[in-house]
Design a protein around this ligand. Structure first.
Ligand code: XMP
Length: 521
């Protein structure tokens, strides 16, 4: 299989570069730019990409890659800082530019027979730039291909050595024909599109079998969401009959959710035990008002219950501690996010994964199986379809681990949770009926801890308002509020106020993230 290696100099777009290659069905991974040369070689890259980054090559902390990568004989594409680093490392000259170029910039092609641009490029094209330095002297063997309006070098290439560099960001949608730069680079690099999820499942299954061996058991905390469901399904195929899943009903789930999750898993072959811990959670949350206190209480209790139930299941198998593995649905964006940011501790190549169930594996002395850690969310969904994971699971909005407790502002009592659950059900059902659910990344209702005056029939009411939240997003890191048709908002409001006892006002949250967050607590 062809493999592209992206060396990350700290750009906020590095993940986007990886996405672009995966979309083209080319397998790629990201390593910190200063990864060991041995590690880079052992990855056996078919081609390399040098990402952009926030630094100037003149900064004392400017990230450096091992210049031996330039002698690997592999095709390389440098982007922004990656171009400047490449130019400098090969004996060219970089200077601080007179004018910082930021945003949309037109480039003009000055070399008609460029290898990289071949026949697809136009004489002038828009690009998206963000840089303060520029290459003023090309390294030997390179020729200038394009310049920006003020004459700065925008593209250089050395087709003989298959080294190419762009001063702008082709991975960003604002750059005209951005994907064409990548396609042509892959063509010149002789990298075929051979990344296939079909093979992925079969290979992962073999890998898990080799990793776990023939006797150990594994356990998985199943939330009912996409990631843990697909991860568990894959591991069950690798270790038939040796995986136990725990679904903990905390009483903080949405209306009918536990029944729905258990129903969804009925015919999947997964062994799922439902743990009814509703009373335990409610008791622990009594009197807790502070969001952090609520989160910590829920997290701690979750760990205690999981540990207790895992031990109970382990005992069934007779031998001492037969469960040695824990399955987690860690995704590639979580892995990338865990890379230390440049300038703060540098680019260490130890990659830690995020643990959704914080601390559990260490505490229970469990080793991790993370079968999705190379995949992006949409790839996990495709894999889920291939593995026969029910559609109801794959199309679900994300839902936070602490559940409705963090949408029930103030104390999360049974009564208040029930009000919130009723409003949430109405809202989500109406989103599904109106066809908006699948266009929204995440939606939910928030119960506010204040009372407002209303009038119902001839009587005064003094009840709680709820806020509706619906956002579009790629990954939850940034989000925009969803532009509902006003009449739908109106109908949702009327139904919630009329049908949910205890609510007399509905407001819609029109805040973006940042500066707000998706959840209110
Ligand atoms: P925020 O509120 O930080 O949320 O904008 C971003 C995404 O993360 C989810 N979220 C959580 N998920 N445990 C989780 O598993 C948590 O403690 C948690 N807090 C927020 C949130 O629902 C949104 O999708």
């Amino acid at each position: 299989m062809n493999r592209v290696l992206i060396l990350d100099f700290g750009s906020q777009f590095t993940q986007l570069i990886a996405r672009r290659f995966r979309e083209k069905k080319v397998y790629c991974e990201i390593l910190p730019a200063n990864a060991d040369y041995a590690e880079i070689r052992s990855f056996k890259p078919s081609a390399l990409i040098l990402s952009g980054g926030p630094h100037s090559v003149f900064d004392s902390e400017a990230p450096q890659a091992d210049s031996k990568i330039l002698d690997l004989g592999k095709p390389i594409l440098g982007i922004c800082y990656g171009m400047q680093w490449m130019a400098q490392a090969l004996g060219g000259k970089v200077h601080p530019a007179d004018n910082r170029e930021y945003g949309l910039m037109e480039i003009r092609i000055e070399q008609k027979n460029s290898a990289l641009l071949s026949s697809w490029a136009k004489a002038t094209m828009n690009t998206w730039m963000s840089h303060g330095d520029e290459v003023v002297e090309l390294p030997e063997g390179f020729s200038p291909v394009a310049r920006s309006e003020d004459g700065s070098l925008a593209i250089m290439e050395d087709p003989k050595r298959k080294l190419f560099a762009l001063q702008f960001h082709p991975e960003v949608t604002h750059t005209d024909h951005g994907i064409k730069y990548f396609e042509r680079f892959l063509e010149l690099a002789n990298v075929q599109a051979d990344w296939d999820l079909g093979d992925f499942a079969a290979e992962k299954i073999k890998e898990i079998q080799a990793q776990v061996g023939g006797t150990d058991y594994a356990i998985c905390a199943l939330s009912g969401g996409v990631d843990s469901s697909v991860a568990a399904t894959l591991v069950e195929k690798a270790l038939p009959g040796r995986l136990d899943c725990l679904y903990i009903d905390s009483g903080l789930q949405r209306e009918g959710e536990s029944e729905e999750v258990m129903h969804n898993f009925e015919d999947t072959g997964l062994r799922v035990a439902l743990v009814d811990a509703r009373e335990e959670f409610l008791t622990a949350l009594t009197g807790k008002m502070d969001p952090e206190d609520k989160r910590k209480t829920i997290g701690r209790l979750f760990i205690e219950i999981f540990e207790r139930e895992a031990k109970r299941i382990g005992k069934q198998y007779g031998t001492v501690e037969p469960i040695r593995w824990m399955v987690q649905g860690t995704l590639y964006p979580d892995v990338i996010e865990s890379l230390p940011p440049p300038g703060r501790g540098g680019f260490s190549s130890t990659i830690k994964s995020h643990h959704n169930v914080g601390g559990l594996p260490e505490r229970m002395n469990l080793k991790l199986i993370e079968p999705l850690r190379e995949l992006f969310k949409d790839e996990v969904r495709s894999l889920g379809y291939q593995l026969g994971v029910p559609e109801e699971i794959l199309g679900r909005h994300p839902f936070p681990g602490p559940g409705l407790a963090i949408r029930c502002l103030g104390e999360a009592t049974k009564e208040r949770l029930d009000v919130l659950r009723a409003a949430d059900k109405l809202y989500i059902d109406m989103l599904k009926e109106s066809g908006h659910y699948d266009k929204i990344w995440q939606a939910g209702v928030i119960l506010l801890p204040v009372s407002t005056v209303g009038v119902m029939g001839d009587s005064r009411t003094y009840e709680n308002p709820v806020a509706l939240r619906a956002v579009t997003s790629d990954d939850g890191m940034t989000a925009n509020w969803y532009p509902f048709p006003p009449d739908l908002l109106g109908r949702i409001s009327t139904r919630i106020i009329n049908e949910v006892k205890g609510v007399n006002r509905v407001v819609y949250d029109v805040s973006t993230k940042p500066p707000a967050t998706i959840e209110w607590e």
